[in-house]
Structure formats: structure tokens, C-alpha cells
Design a protein around this ligand. Structure first.
Ligand code: ADP
Ligand code: ZN
Ligand code: ZN
Length: 761
């Protein structure tokens, strides 16, 4: 009864020949034909389990056809289908087909990874969604279980304890305790110790009216009001670029616009994307508070930090239309949202919207596509829009909405001061371990006044290098062409590229010198320096190392919000989107390194990061100050920063990009190859480049020489890349499509992949 989710197909063949064409998670960009034997007619968008080689895997029906090219004796039949999951819509299939096409992948390679893991395992279908099983402990079980369980069966004991503690336990949670928990619970049901209630989770309750007036709303600034009116009044596909300085109240604009749209249609759904998991709690809280009239299950999150079962349930809520607001990271852009009415992409410039492996998609760009496909408003918000979006708005393709002032009365943008490190040195002014006198004085003053400070440094660990002064040895990774980072607290050397770890040597392995010393500084070292240089300050470090455990980032950020921290040290994790109320000082260390990078996007990224981190200061009316330590105080980027002049900076960058024929004035793609040797990788790329020149569409495409990546070797694998570009997106796409089969026929490398619109070159 509970297993009604999977329907075994009766195997009477040849009743009426019907075939389905199925997308599978397989690199071949084709659909696979199967025979459909069930009397229940197949439908496009249904998940099926099919035999594939010796395995049985899950696929998605993309077409239903009367004939198949595959000979009748070779074609195999669909095993079964997922009756519990309503079919994915034709629009959704078009979305993944577009993404597959554009990013040069198979449909199944896009569609299946976009589904929750639990759906991709046919053996779990029956237990997943409908009906949901809830196990309740009966009094008989309360007596019997402690007695009957063997003393050492700790997994069973945990299950029994969990049952005793809660009113009921859903199957998914039970399974989280132990993989066999459901079978055990079923056995306990037969013993009469546990009762099983079945709740039909697939049943979609009638949509509730949304009324946002439950809470007191702030009075919108004129600029906010104009932005909200523009978004709510939009007809059809309407892309907006909401350019709002930090603290200008972009969130409030999203909330009001969404409220208006969700109220106007009782089943409308909204998709809100944020660049980082750590920003979801803050947003979720704001949305829950504002939309308190909505049922709690009407707001769901989708990101990789969710437990599998939770993610499946949230995805399902979106897919069935029960969720009205879906708040997620980039992967949420591929969620199934049948009633989608509006999309928000917050901090749209953030590189985290670009997936860096597998399907290398840009969630921002797919959001735009989705809005176009459905004819919806889409709001891209940022204090520092990407140059791509800024250019689109300049061209009039996106509507620009501007919030030029901070929303909170009295809150103004912080003053930015550049501390000239050369000058400090020339004047013999004391600095401690790279922290200049003025910065230390400012930090001490904040601690005394009970205000908070941020110290931003985009490098984690204690020191980026461990070196020997007498022979020049530097600790390197045995598997990569990279130095290893000293992590003092963990007492290890760690490779940030492959994860290799070793104990810190006591002396130089080359010459025996015992005075090996850390060079440069990372967040751990700054934390250590501050502890002695600013006595009495409560210092907290937030970076990828200090937040490794699930949920720990959230706990650390709430300490900051609760005022239990005086100085927060961290990487870009602290720079993004957080609405810190009591931060009045931001210190920026080591930003110079990015000024002279080979990457043409480095300045854009640095400027955005510095604007973002500066934007954490003075948000609630305390006067804010930003101190940037630099050797190049006259650099144009810092000048624009000091004037909060995004527009001037963006326009000068756009002009440079135009002159240099760089994006957004040209479309690029990268072919990357990984080989056992660098020669193998380069040779592959060379052949690929030759092959490309035979493609007619490639006449309008420029092919560059194959080059090794900066970190050429990672995990003993050598990496190189080939850049191709064209002023015509169409010519580039046509070339890439014709190139794929050629690439597949080339041999000699371990792996290769194509990335369209790459961010890192
Ligand atoms: P942004 O995302 O643009 O950096 P936020 O949305 O975080 O800014 O808003 C900054 C602060 O301004 C928040 O504390 C928010 O509650 C407050 N705020 C937003 N709009 C208004 C308003 N109209 N009146 C008063 N305060 C506002
Ligand atoms: Zn040495
Ligand atoms: Zn390594």
C-alpha cells in the first residue's frame, strides 16, 4: 500500500507498440529509445527506471513516439515509472534542453543532476513523496522496546529513543538515523509496538490568500517606491537591473514587489536566488517574517547544504506548486516551478552564480532565459552590477532602477581612506605584522566605543608559504605545481588545490636549517596578530576553515549580530550581503595583489569585493569608515572606490573592454584538457584547434594557442586550455556544436570539457 509510488509495468508486449525517448545522465547528447509496455499511456516529463547496460538507471521521458529506429529485437522495455511524481512540464524540459544546448551538454546531463538525488534512485520512489509515512510509538512499544532490544544494538536504540522523544517520525528522518530504519519500523509495526499513519503528501492544499499586512512595513524611500512600481507593473518579459548602493534597501524592494505579484495571483510562485548558502538564513528569516500569513511550507529553501530528504521535499513542494517562494543558491535556477511569476537574482555580479564543474552554467543567465521563456519580470540586484549586465542596461535591453542612497535615515556611505604603506614605512611609523598604525588605532578606538570592526583579507590559513631563508626552499605540494599553505592552528601544511596535508617540518628538508619561517599572511595569522595588538578585543575569524562543520557559519554570524564580537576577521565570506548593524570600521589588507592580475576580470572582481565589504560599515546610522592598506594609493580603482563611484569605474572598464575586444563585446569559450603530461594536454588542444578550423562557421571564430593553466599540475594531472572567441554568439555556438563530435573522436587525454562564457581565463 505504501509502495504505490512505483508501479510495476505489466509485461504484455505488442499490445500497441509505443516507444519513449528518454534522457539519461550520460555524456552522449542523444535520447535513448525504450519500449513502453504498460496499458497506462506514457507522458512526457515522467521519470522512468530503465535498463542501461547491466544497470538500471533513472531517466526522463522527453518524447513519446510510435516508431523507433532501434530494431525490435534490440529495444528494451522501461522497468517502471515514478507515479508519485507529477510529470515535469514541457517548459521545464525546454529549459534544460536550452541549457544543454547552450552549454554543450546532453539533455540528461542537465536534467537529471537538477533533480534531487532521492528522485534519481528508483528504489526510493515509493517512500519519497506520496504517501508520507509517519511512525508513532504505541504504549506497548514504550514498554517492550527497552526490554527487547539487545544491549549493544546502538543504532536500533537510537531509533527507539528518537521515537520516544517525538510525536511521530517521518520515514525520511528515520532513514537518516539508520539506512535500514524503515524496515525495522515496519517490523515493529507488525509487533504492535509502533503505528503507521499515512499522510498523502502529494495532495496539494488549496493555495492560501497572501496578505502581507501582518507586519508593520517601513515607509519606502521614493527611489524604492519607484522601483517597486516598475517591477509590479511589468508586462511580459521584463528584465530589471536594480543598481542600489550597499544598504539602500534592495531587499525591501524584492519583498514589496514579490508581495504585490504573489497577491495578484493566488498560485503564483517566486524564485529568489542568492549567491551563497550563508546568505539564505538571513533572507529566509526576512521572507518568513514578511510573509507570515503564508503557510510555513509555502516558503522553501534549495541549496546544497540541505539534507537529501529535506532537499527532495523542498524540491517537491516547488514542483507541485505548494511552495510559493523558493529561496536558493544557483542550483535552484533549475527547479521545477510550474507557476513561476517573478525571479530575483540578488548580488547578480557574484561569480558564485557560475557553476565551476559539470554543467558550467551561469545561474544568472539561465534566470534571464527562464524569464524570457515564461514572459516574466526578472530583477537583477547589485551595488556593483557585472559589466555584462551594466552593458545590457546601457543598451536599453534591461531597465535600470537606481537606489542611490542608504535607506535607513541618517545612514550614509562610509568614508574610504587609503593608507599608503610606503609612506608609513618612510616616516618610520610603527606597524605590527603588516597591520599599519592607523588601522590598529582605528580598531582600538572601535573596541573602546563598543562598535564592531571587520578586517577583510582574501586568503585563508596562517601563511601562504613556508620558506627557508638560507637555501630558498619553499614548501610545495608533491601532487600539484603549487605552494602549500601553513595552517598553524591545525599544525599542518595544506594544499588548497588538492587537499594534500602534512605535518609542519621542524627544519628545512633541503638544508636542515631550523629557522624556516612563514611568509605572507592569511586570516589565521591576522587573527593572532590582532589578539596581541588589540588587547581585550573579542576576535572572531570566519573563513572556509572556521566554518567547515555544517551550520557553524550561521552560528558564527549570529554571534556577530548578537554583538558578542568586536573584530571579525575573514575572507570574502564576510564581505557579501550581510546586514551587520553595529559595524563602523572595515579594514582591507593585501588587496593590491589583484591589481596586476593577468585575468582581465580581476579589477572588476576586486572593485566589487571592496565595495561589498565597505558596504558592511555604517549601515544603521553609525558613521562608517573604511581603511584600505595599499602600496598604490593613486591607483584609479582605489580612487573610484573612495568616491563610491561604481558608474565611473564601470564606464571606464567598459571602454577598456571595448578597445581590447573583451567580453561583453566578444563571446568566448574555453576547451580545457587534462593529461598525464603537459605535452599530452597541449597536443590534444592543438589537434582540437586544427579540427576546429575545418568547420565552416569557424570562419568568424578566433582560435588562440593552447596554453598551460597557471597552476599547471593538480593531483598529478596536467592542465591546459584553448580559448576561442567570436563577435557573433551564433557563430560561436554553431562552431561548438560542430566541434563536439570531433572532440569526442580525439584521444590522448584523461578528460576534457568545454566551458561557454568562462569567468576565469
Ligand atoms: P542592501 O541589500 O541594498 O545592501 P538591505 O536590503 O540589507 O540593503 O537594507 C539595509 C537596511 O535598510 C536594512 O536594515 C533594512 O531593514 C533597512 N531598510 C530598507 N528599506 C528601508 C526603508 N524604506 N526605511 C527604513 N529602513 C529601511
Ligand atoms: Zn633550507
Ligand atoms: Zn596539491
Amino acid at each position: 500500500m505504501r509502495r504505490s509510488g512505483v508501479r510495476q509495468l505489466p509485461r504484455f508486449s505488442d499490445v500497441s507498440a509505443l516507444f519513449v525517448r528518454v534522457a539519461l545522465d550520460h555524456p552522449l547528447p542523444t535520447l535513448f529509445d525504450y519500449r513502453w509496455d504498460s496499458p497506462i499511456p506514457p507522458s512526457v516529463g515522467t521519470l522512468v527506471s530503465v535498463p542501461f547496460g547491466r544497470r538500471h538507471i533513472v531517466g526522463l521521458i522527453c518524447e513519446v513516439v510510435a516508431h523507433s529506429e532501434v530494431p525490435a529485437e534490440r529495444i528494451r522495455a522501461v522497468d517502471n515509472f515514478c507515479g508519485a511524481c507529477p510529470a515535469l512540464s514541457a517548459e521545464w524540459i525546454r529549459l534544460v534542453t536550452f541549457a544543454a544546448d547552450y552549454y554543450q551538454r546532453g539533455i540528461g546531463e542537465v536534467a537529471l543532476p537538477a533533480l534531487p538525488q532521492a528522485l534519481r534512485d528508483a528504489s526510493r520512489w515509493s517512500r519519497l513523496f506520496a504517501p508520507e509515512s509517519r511512525y508513532r510509538l504505541l504504549p506497548a512499544g514504550r514498554d517492550a522496546l527497552p526490554r527487547e532490544l539487545p544491549a549493544r544494538a546502538s543504532a536500533l536504540r537510537r531509533l527507539a529513543d528518537a521515537l520516544a522523544e517525538v510525536e511521530f517520525l517521518v520515514a525520511a528522518d528515520a532513514r537518516a538515523l539508520h539506512p535500514k530504519a524503515v524496515a525495522t519500523l515496519d517490523a515493529w509495526c507488525e509487533q504492535g509496538w509502533v503505528a503507521l499513519d499515512i499522510i498523502d503528501a502529494a495532495h496539494v492544499p488549496a493555495p492560501q490568500p497572501t496578505s502581507i499586512e501582518a507586519v508593520r512595513l517601513p515607509t519606502l524611500t521614493d527611489e524604492q517606491a519607484d522601483a517597486v512600481d516598475a517591477i509590479r507593473g511589468a508586462q511580459g518579459f521584463a528584465p530589471f537591473l536594480l543598481h542600489g548602493v550597499t544598504g539602500s534597501g534592495k531587499t525591501e524592494v524584492y519583498l514589496r514587489a514579490l508581495a504585490a505579484i504573489l497577491e495578484s495571483r493566488p498560485d503564483a510562485q517566486a524564485l529568489v536566488l542568492v549567491p551563497e548558502i550563508n546568505l539564505t538564513p538571513q533572507f529566509e528569516a526576512a521572507f518568513r517574517a514578511r510573509f507570515a500569513a503564508l503557510d510555513a511550507t509555502a516558503i522553501v529553501t534549495l541549496h546544497s547544504g540541505l539534507a537529501e530528504g529535506e532537499r527532495a521535499r523542498h524540491w517537491f513542494a516547488a514542483h507541485t506548486g505548494r511552495a510559493r517562494i523558493v529561496l536558493g543558491t544557483r542550483l535552484a535556477v533549475l527547479a521545477s516551478l510550474p507557476k513561476l511569476a517573478v525571479i530575483v537574482v540578488d548580488e547578480e555580479h557574484d561569480p558564485a552564480y557560475k557553476q565551476q564543474e559539470g554543467l558550467r552554467y551561469s545561474a544568472r543567465d539561465l534566470a534571464i532565459y527562464r524569464a524570457k521563456q515564461h514572459g516574466l519580470p526578472v530583477v537583477l540586484g547589485s551595488a556593483t552590477p557585472s559589466l555584462e549586465s551594466w552593458w545590457q542596461a546601457d543598451q536599453g535591453r534591461y531597465t535600470k532602477l537606481t537606489l542611490s542612497r542608504r535607506a535607513v535615515a541618517d545612514a550614509v556611505l562610509p568614508t574610504v581612506r587609503l593608507i599608503d604603506l610606503e609612506e608609513e614605512r618612510r616616516r618610520g611609523r610603527a606597524s605590527v605584522e603588516g597591520l599599519s598604525g592607523p588601522l590598529l588605532a582605528a580598531l582600538r578606538a572601535r573596541v573602546e566605543r563598543g562598535e564592531q570592526s571587520l578586517v577583510f583579507l582574501n586568503r585563508r590559513g596562517y601563511a601562504p608559504q613556508l620558506a627557508c631563508d638560507s637555501c630558498g626552499w619553499v614548501a610545495g605540494c608533491p601532487r600539484c605545481s603549487a605552494y602549500v599553505v601553513l595552517h598553524k592552528q591545525e599544525r599542518t601544511l595544506r594544499c588548497h588545490h588538492c587537499g594534500w596535508e602534512a605535518r609542519i617540518p621542524r627544519s628545512c628538508p633541503e638544508c636542515g636549517n631550523v629557522d624556516i619561517a612563514p611568509m605572507g599572511r592569511g586570516t589565521q595569522r591576522v587573527e593572532e596578530t590582532l589578539a596581541s595588538a588589540v588587547p581585550g578585543a573579542r576576535i572572531l575569524r570566519i573563513d572556509a576553515d572556521s566554518t567547515r562543520r555544517k551550520g557553524s557559519a550561521q552560528a558564527l554570524f549570529s554571534d556577530v549580530h548578537a554583538g558578542e564580537v568586536d573584530i571579525l576577521v575573514g575572507t570574502q565570506m564576510i564581505a557579501k550581503g550581510h546586514d551587520f548593524q553595529r559595524v563602523s570600521l572595515v579594514g582591507v589588507l593585501n588587496a593590491d595583489t589583484a591589481l596586476f592580475s593577468h585575468d582581465f576580470r580581476a579589477s572588476e572582481r576586486l572593485f566589487a569585493q571592496l565595495m561589498q565589504v565597505s558596504g558592511r560599515a555604517g549601515r544603521s546610522g553609525l558613521p562608517g569608515e573604511v581603511l584600505v592598506q595599499t602600496r598604490y594609493p593613486r591607483h584609479a580603482l582605489y580612487h573610484a572606490l573612495a568616491r563610491h563611484d561604481y558608474v565611473g569605474f564601470a564606464n571606464s572598464q567598459i571602454a577598456e573592454r571595448r578597445d581590447a575586444h573583451l567580453p561583453p563585446f566578444i563571446y568566448q569559450a574555453l576547451l580545457r584538457a587534462e593529461g598525464r603530461t603537459l605535452e599530452a594536454a597541449l597536443d590534444f588542444l592543438q589537434q582540437a584547434g586544427e579540427a576546429l578550423k575545418t568547420i565552416p562557421a569557424a570562419e568568424r571564430v578566433t582560435v588562440y594557442d593552447a596554453v598551460p593553466l597557471t597552476i599547471v599540475k593538480v593531483m598529478h594531472v596536467h592542465r591546459a586550455q584553448l580559448l576561442i572567441e567570436s563577435a557573433s554568439r551564433g557563430a560561436l555556438q554553431a562552431t561548438l556544436h560542430a566541434w563536439q563530435p570531433m572532440l569526442r573522436s580525439l584521444k590522448g587525454v584523461l578528460r576534457w570539457n568545454v566551458e561557454v562564457d568562462p569567468l576565469d581565463i
